[in-house]
Write a protein that binds this ligand. Structure first.
Ligand SMILES: C=C(CC[C@@H](C)[C@H]1CC[C@H]2C3=CC[C@H]4[C@H](C)[C@@H](O)CC[C@]4(C)[C@H]3CC[C@]12C)C(C)C
Ligand SMILES: C[S@@+](CC[C@H](N)C(=O)[O-])C[C@H]1O[C@@H](n2cnc3c(N)ncnc32)[C@H](O)[C@@H]1O
Length: 363
């Protein structure tokens, strides 16, 4: 073979390899987000590293972030930064629903996710014509599943503008934009009128609130009397021991890597709900047996993580992805280890479910 032909062949093979590596290996968990499209929300490429450093220094000591009023007030802004940094990586590596669900034998992760979301609609007894509120809606995976399953209309609220745009685009694509609406705002002070929703839910979102009373109080205000509210809460369980260094490391790791101003205890949730005026109808940790572990999806993905971190490195080198993505990806990888540890030891659950009702006689 002539040298020129050999060079062209080598170049062709090289190009094919890059194509395979980036477009095929870097394909999305759920089609729609590819590694080559990774952005850092509304942060411009030159600011990603700085924003990540700011985020990290704020949440490095998670418990301290909620202790003074001044730092608690900054939490929503840093949560917004966090979601600018992670939203695309979450969509790429996990899908459009940013939460966990118990594994289901013989069913895919996608199906298990949907079942966990439809359970919310069933608990709320949601019907066509109902107006539901999704508190901390992400890019709207649960909202679309719940609207499709129940026939209800859903309004989602998220602090992160980039997520609002992603969610609206997904709603249009799914043909659900006439029944699913997304608003950018703070769930600690919501831009909705009193008694304007038939039902409300929050899936793994209220853990970002420095004081649960504030978000539950707002949900109480916007619900109609008799309206139901379901929440899946991130909490430490009764197995957590504050004098066990391994427990403390796992919980701090979860808080740091998930923008949490300090996890609450499982036994605090119902009393906070009562404090703001709710009746507690049901309370159950959905992670308890016979439910199968929610963390197996994180564990089974070791090879996928390795592949993803390679993809992210190559894309950063090629300047397709912004500088700082590798650091964010590494942080998420470590967080996954802490979450797995939290699940395996039973000291943490991301699905402590409460079903609450605003009393019929309340204003
Ligand atoms: C409710 C919250 C988010 C829960 C989960 C959706 C996310 C928690 C940790 C995330 C991930 C960890 C490892 C990532 C991996 C290194 C990467 O290659 C692909 C994406 C991950 C799997 C990512 C996906 C989302 C999580 C599982 C919190 C924030 C309250
Ligand atoms: C882990 S995501 C869960 C998203 C969605 N519930 C799901 O399961 O896909 C948490 C969500 O809460 C939102 N959030 C956190 N703090 C908020 C605040 N103060 N106001 C409004 N949204 C907030 C985030 O923007 C994000 O959309």
């Amino acid at each position: 073979m002539e040298a020129a032909t050999m060079a062209w062949t080598a170049a062709g093979v090289g190009m094919a390899l890059v194509y395979w590596f980036v477009w095929v290996m870097g394909a999305a968990e759920v089609k729609g987000k590819r590694a080559v499209d990774l952005k850092m929300g509304s942060i411009t490429n030159d600011k990603v590293k700085d924003k990540y450093t700011q985020y990290w220094s704020f949440f490095r000591r998670p418990k301290e972030t909620a202790t003074t009023e001044a730092s608690a007030e900054k939490v929503p802004a840093f949560v917004d930064t966090f979601y600018n940094l992670v939203t695309d990586i979450y969509e790429w590596g996990w899908g459009q629903s940013f939460h966990f669900s118990p594994s289901l034998p013989g069913r895919s992760h996608r199906e298990a996710t949907r079942v966990h979301e439809e359970r919310v609609a069933d608990l709320l007894q949601a019907k066509p014509g109902h107006r539901l509120l999704d508190v901390g809606c992400g890019v709207g995976g649960p909202m679309r599943a719940i609207a499709a399953h129940s026939g209800s209309n859903v309004v989602g609220i998220t602090i992160n503008e980039y997520q609002v745009n992603r969610a609206r685009a997904h709603n249009r694509k799914a043909g659900l934009d006439s029944r699913c609406e997304v608003v950018c705002g703070n769930f600690l002070s919501m831009p909705f009128s009193d008694a304007s929703f038939d039902g409300a839910y929050s899936i793994e979102a209220t853990c970002h609130a420095p004081r649960l009373q504030d978000v539950y109080g707002e949900v109480f205000r916007v619900l109609k009397p008799g309206g139901l509210y379901v929440s899946y809460e991130w909490v430490t369980t009764s197995l957590y021991r504050a004098d066990n260094p391994e427990h403390v490391e796992a919980i701090h790791g979860i808080e740091r890597g998930d923008a949490l101003p300090g996890l609450r205890r499982q036994d605090e949730i119902a009393s906070i709900a009562k404090e703001v005026g709710f009746e507690v109808l049901k309370e159950l940790d959905l992670a308890l047996p016979p439910a199968l572990p929610w963390w197996t999806r994180l564990k089974m993905g070791r090879i996928a993580y390795w592949r993803n971190s390679l993809v992210v490195r190559v894309l950063t080198m090629l300047r397709i992805a912004p500088k700082g993505v590798c650091e964010v990806h590494e942080m998420l990888y470590e967080t996954a280890q802490h979450l797995t540890r939290g699940g395996e030891t039973g000291i943490f659950t991301p699905m402590h479910m409460v079903l609450l009702r605003k009393p019929v006689e309340s204003k």
